[in-house]
Every structure is written in structure tokens, then in C-alpha cells.
Design a protein around this ligand. Structure first.
Ligand code: PLZ
Length: 447
């Protein structure tokens, strides 16, 4: 691997208790101007960040094992990304691609055509957020098929806009009291190896969903199936082998558009460019965001040209979609990922972290499952000796990690999953230190 240069020391170093006095001051100011509806899982305010370290306003250096929810895969302030942004800002920050287009947008589309699974002809449209990409994938699928129904899965997360709230499974905090929701969304059972009946294979779990779709909806009424190849917010659920290929094959046979939501799994995170590649699944449309642009807001859909080209002129767009600064950041991000072989790095992180966490699981009785792929890793915490979720313990572990200066995110329908999403540029020592802290927190909280 090419050596990585960091601007800030890649070390955990605490100079105050967390949160420190300046963070507490900001937290107090915040309450008079920002509603409680906007949550922050870490009560520490950022002043600087680089690689896998976040420095707070009190001068504490924390290890970031969350990447701002799977965004800063190339690190928090990669020099190539920062320079590309500075260069672009020095020329123009916006013209609106729907008014006066520019080359950066085309270059990002060319790269996504080449990087996404499948060697068919493709088209790409750029947007700002993951939710917006999902909304547009569904628009294209409905127009292309002339059908209404859209199938999502148990534990799915697809966003917070009205349509994507409907696609998202979990009520609290995403949906409660925010309805009515968009119609014609149907939810099917997911493959969840840790919680499915013993021995249920991936193809069998797919047949379970397919039978439900055929009985409840009829294949010819379904515009699209949308699925995260590894579910993110829902608990880092890795479906059993064969689940995704069986569903994708059924979709193809029935003219149902197969949409892979790779907003969280995308861009080297799982050790491939996209998680679908692991089982050779080629989606009709793929949604992307987060890791695509090193922290700048950018999202995309890339889909089969024969579907995407059906949309009438002017049917897709938005003021900021494919903003030139975000495009410049994306191009630099993709170059960095290739240059530093971040796919290889993600696999190496997975080997280290999964190995350590599986060894720990053999020793403590609160870990029900360790799973993941590449640098997208989870531990599901349970009451000792059962499969009963333990969300309180999960919160306790995350809080203990934070107190020691390690940022850990949680997720899961039951709130009992610790997830690790380190920047892929994290160095071995920092990763080991972060895992030491996590291991100690689990041992202390659990036994
Ligand atoms: N699809 C698979 O993971 C965003 C959201 C956190 P936006 N996940 C993090 C939160 O509480 O809001 C996500 C995702 C998948 C779509 C989205 C939505 O992406 O960029 O947040 O709109």
C-alpha cells in the first residue's frame, strides 16, 4: 500500500473529560437555536479532523470509527480532495448543470459507468443526498415499467424524505408522527442469518420473499425491488449467500427493476467498489452517496441506459445536483481510493477487526453475532446466553468508548448493534488502539 501522509498526528489523546468545557458551552448555546429533533450521538464538537482522528474544540484527539456514517472513507481531509475543492472553488462554485453544464459532471458519470457492476451501457444522474438518489431511482423505475408497487425489506433504511421514510422500516425515530406516507410501498422479509430459523439458506429466504410478492402483489404489478446489499442502519445485516442473486434473477425474469441501495456500502467500504459485486449481482439501478465525494454532498444513480433513457427531457434534475465542487471532490476521492488501494485496505481492516471480535465473542457471553465485510463490521449485543437484544448494554459500550476517546456508532432495529465504519486510511496502530478500547468496554460492561 502507498504510504499515507496525515496532517494531524494519528493518536488518541485526551486533555479533558469528555465532553470538555468548550463542547459543553456549545451544547448549551445550541439548545436555544437548534431543536431537539436534530440529534447528535457524540456530545463533542469538532474543530479539526484528518485521517481517522477528530480533534475537538477542547483539544482532545478522538479515534473516529464511524467516518461520519460511512462518508469519509478516504479520511477526514485527504490532501487531494482538499486541493481539488480549493481549485474548483477558485473558478466557479455553481452554474447549475440544468442551465450551464460543465465537464466535471460528465467525468463523474464516466467514472461511475466504469466502476459500477455490469458491462452494459449505463447512464448516470447526480443529486445531493442519498434520499434524493433513492427517490429518483424509484421515479425512473415507475416510469420505465408503468407499474406502481415498490418493494422494500424488513430493517431497511433508505432516507428521511416522504417517499424514503415510507421505504424505511423503523418507526422511531425516523417515521413516528411524520405520516401520512407515500403509498404503494410493500415490505418483505429479509434474510437475517442470526435471527432466521437455523439452516434457512439464502435462496430459501429469497423464495420466502418472492412467494409473498407473488401472492400479495403479483409480479406484474411491481415496479421495483429496492435493497441494501448489506443493510446499514437496520443492523449491518449481511444476507445469507444466494439471497441477493436469487432475488435479482427473479426480478429480471419478471421485468421488476432491481435497485441496489449502495449509499452506505459503496465506494471501497466492503473491500469491493460496491457490495453487490461480492456475489456477482448486477443491479438495474444503483444508488450511491456518502463515500463518493470525501465528505462533500453528492449522490448518484447509475442505471441501465435502456431504462434511464426513457425519461422525458427535463424529467430529472435539481438546482444543486452534481454541484461542480462536489464533482471535483468526487474525482479526487476516486483517484485517492485507487492510488491508496483502499479496497485492499478495507479487506485488511476487516481481517483484523473480525478476527479480534470473533475471538472476543468466544470469551464473553453478551456478543450474539459478529458479522460484516471489509471495513463494515458489526457486533450484535444480547442478554447473556440468549438472542434477546440488549440496547442498554449497547448504549453503555458506546458511552464507555466515547469516554476513552473512541467514536463508535450503534444501529439496528433493536438498537443493539455496535457498528464499525473506520476511515479506510486508518493506520494499523490506531485501529488496534480503537479495538482495544472497544474490547475493554465490552468486557467491562458485559461481565
Ligand atoms: N440509503 C442505505 O444508509 C443514510 C442516515 C442517518 P442521506 N444513512 C444514514 C440518519 O439518521 O439520517 C442512507 C443509507 C442508505 C439512503 C440513505 C439516505 O442518505 O444522504 O442521509 O439522505
Amino acid at each position: 500500500m502507498t504510504d499515507i501522509t496525515y496532517r494531524l498526528p494519528q493518536k488518541r489523546h485526551l486533555v479533558t473529560e469528555l465532553p470538555g468545557p468548550r463542547s459543553s458551552e456549545l451544547a448549551a448555546r445550541r439548545t436555544s437555536v437548534i431543536p431537539a429533533g436534530v440529534g447528535s450521538s457524540v456530545p463533542v464538537y469538532a474543530a479539526d479532523a484528518d485521517g481517522a482522528v477528530i480533534v475537538d474544540v477542547d483539544g482532545n484527539s478522538l479515534i473516529d470509527l464511524g467516518s461520519g456514517i460511512a462518508v469519509t472513507n478516504v479520511g477526514a481531509s485527504d490532501p487531494r480532495v482538499a486541493q481539488a475543492v480549493r481549485d474548483q472553488v477558485g473558478h466557479f462554485t455553481h452554474t447549475c448543470f440544468m442551465v450551464t453544464p460543465y465537464e466535471g459532471y460528465i467525468r463523474v458519470a464516466e467514472q461511475l459507468s466504469a466502476l459500477t457492476p455490469g458491462d452494459h451501457e449505463k447512464r448516470t444522474v447526480l443529486f445531493n443526498s442519498g434520499a434524493e438518489a433513492v427517490e429518483n431511482a424509484v421515479k425512473v423505475a415507475r416510469l420505465a415499467t408503468g407499474r406502481n408497487a415498490v418493494v422494500a425489506f424488513d430493517h431497511a433504511y433508505h432516507g428521511r424524505t416522504n417517499l424514503t421514510m415510507a421505504l424505511t422500516a423503523k418507526n422511531m425515530p425516523y417515521k413516528r408522527d411524520f405520516g401520512p406516507f407515500a403509498p404503494e410501498i410493500y415490505r418483505m422479509p429479509m434474510s437475517y442469518p442470526f435471527r432466521d430459523d437455523d439452516g434457512l439458506t439464502g435462496p430459501e429466504a429469497a423464495r420466502r420473499a418472492i412467494t409473498a410478492m407473488e401472492k400479495q402483489l403479483g409480479a406484474d404489478g411491481i415496479a421495483a425491488i429496492i435493497i441494501e446489499p448489506i443493510q446499514g442502519e437496520g443492523g449491518f445485516i449481511v444476507p445469507a449467500p444466494g439471497f441477493l442473486p436469487t432475488l435479482a434473477a427473479w426480478a429480471r425474469e419478471n421485468g421488476v427493476v432491481f435497485i441496489a441501495d449502495e449509499v452506505q456500502t459503496g465506494f471501497a467500504r466492503t473491500g469491493d467498489w460496491f457490495a453487490c459485486e461480492h456475489e456477482g449481482v448486477v443491479p438495474d439501478i444503483i444508488t450511491m452517496a456518502k463515500g463518493i465525494a470525501g465528505g462533500m454532498p453528492l449522490s448518484a444513480i447509475t442505471g441501465r441506459a435502456d431504462l434511464m433513457d426513457l425519461v422525458h427531457v427535463g424529467g430529472l434534475g435539481g438546482t444543486y445536483g452534481g454541484n461542480p465542487v462536489a464533482c471535483a471532490a468526487a474525482l479526487a476521492t476516486l483517484d485517492t481510493m485507487r492510488e491508496l488501494d483502499l479496497r485492499g485496505r478495507a479487506r485488511a481492516i476487516g481481517d483484523v477487526a473480525l478476527g479480534r471480535l470473533r475471538a472476543l465473542a468466544a470469551e464473553v457471553d453478551v456478543i450474539g453475532d459478529v458479522r460484516g465485510r471489509g471495513a463494515m463490521i458489526a457486533i450484535e449485543l444480547v442478554r447473556p446466553g440468549t438472542a434477546e437484544p440488549d440496547p442498554d448494554l449497547t448504549k453503555k459500550v458506546a458511552a464507555r468508548c466515547l469516554a476513552e476517546g473512541v467514536i463508535i456508532l450503534t444501529c439496528g432495529t433493536h438498537g443493539n448493534v455496535i457498528r464499525l465504519l473506520p476511515p479506510l486510511v486508518i493506520d494499523d496502530d490506531l485501529l488496534a488502539d480503537g479495538l482495544d478500547v472497544l474490547e475493554t468496554a465490552i468486557r467491562a460492561a458485559g461481565n
